[in-house]
Ligand binder design. Structure first.
Ligand code: ADP
Ligand code: MG
Length: 248
């Protein structure tokens, strides 16, 4: 075995044991205030669908930003796809992010470009040959239910359509993990359900999906793993869980 093969094998074993996402006693403090995360441990395995719920300010977005390596932990270990993010070199960050698709509440699209360009852009960044881009973009747009909308400017679309574009962009490079931070926060109930059903389909096709949400009805109906956070700690973690009512 070459050294590279050996490293890859060890990484695979690590993922097998500890999951594609693992946090071990992770804390994160910003310069002001009490810690946003206070000793969190969490393992998410390949192919899981996990909801992360909790009051505003409980640390959900901080957790997502640690996984993206937009932030680094104050203490504890954060691993994604078998890599310890504290040991990642700066030039390795783009490779990490290619493994992570991400969508946000506010879509974050390029509003002066059309739908096709918004999605194709994500492929150009990773230097996909244009022949492949021309094949991949229509396929992913069909998957998210936007076939035939290529030329629309994103600001002309409804919120639900904009989130579908964001989802297509997040998926076009075939990430292992999809992270969604309140993806339905700006959507009406019908569009919220459609986006969640799409996330479920994406998960069923093999992608690990982590969804931060406040949507109690959807969480309770979907019967997935539910991790509940409060004031920077995990207060419950249940398979086929429900949205926990906060008593105080
Ligand atoms: P959630 O996404 O669950 O609403 P956040 O992770 O955004 O929670 O925030 C957790 C805590 O960290 C909150 O008290 C928030 O005010 C604080 N916080 C978040 N981002 C920053 C920041 N950039 N600088 C200082 N404090 C922050
Ligand atoms: Mg948040």
């Amino acid at each position: 075995m070459t050294r590279k093969e050996e490293l890859r094998k060890r990484q695979e074993q690590f993922i097998e044991e500890r999951g594609v996402i693992c946090l071990d006693n992770v804390s994160k403090s910003y310069s002001t205030g009490s810690p946003a995360l206070n000793g969190i441990s969490l393992n998410i395995h390949r192919g899981e669908f996990v909801f992360i719920v909790g009051d505003s300010g409980s640390g959900k977005s901080t957790l997502i930003r640690l996984l993206l390596r937009e932030l680094t932990a104050t203490s504890g270990q954060v691993c994604v796809m078998g890599r310890d993010l504290a040991k990642l070199r700066r030039r390795e960050i783009p490779k990490l992010r290619r493994n992570l698709g991400v969508v946000f509440q506010d879509f974050r699209l390029l509003n002066d470009r059309n739908v096709y360009e918004n999605v194709a852009f994500a492929q150009r960044i990773v230097e996909t040959p244009s022949r492949e881009i021309r094949r991949n973009v229509p396929a992913i747009l069909a998957t998210v239910g936007l076939a035939g909308k290529y030329k629309a400017k994103t600001r002309q679309l409804s919120g639900g359509e904009q989130q579908r574009v964001a989802l297509a962009r997040a998926l076009i490079n075939n990430p292992s993990i999809l992270l969604a931070d309140e993806p339905t926060g700006n959507l009406d109930p019908k569009n919220s359900w459609e986006i969640m059903k799409l996330l479920e389909e994406i998960n069923e096709a093999g992608t690990t999906v982590v969804v931060v949400t406040h949507n109690r009805e959807i969480v309770n109906a979907m019967q997935k793993r539910v991790v509940t956070m409060k004031k920077g700690v995990i207060i419950s973690d249940e398979e086929e869980g429900a949205y926990i009512d906060d008593e105080d």
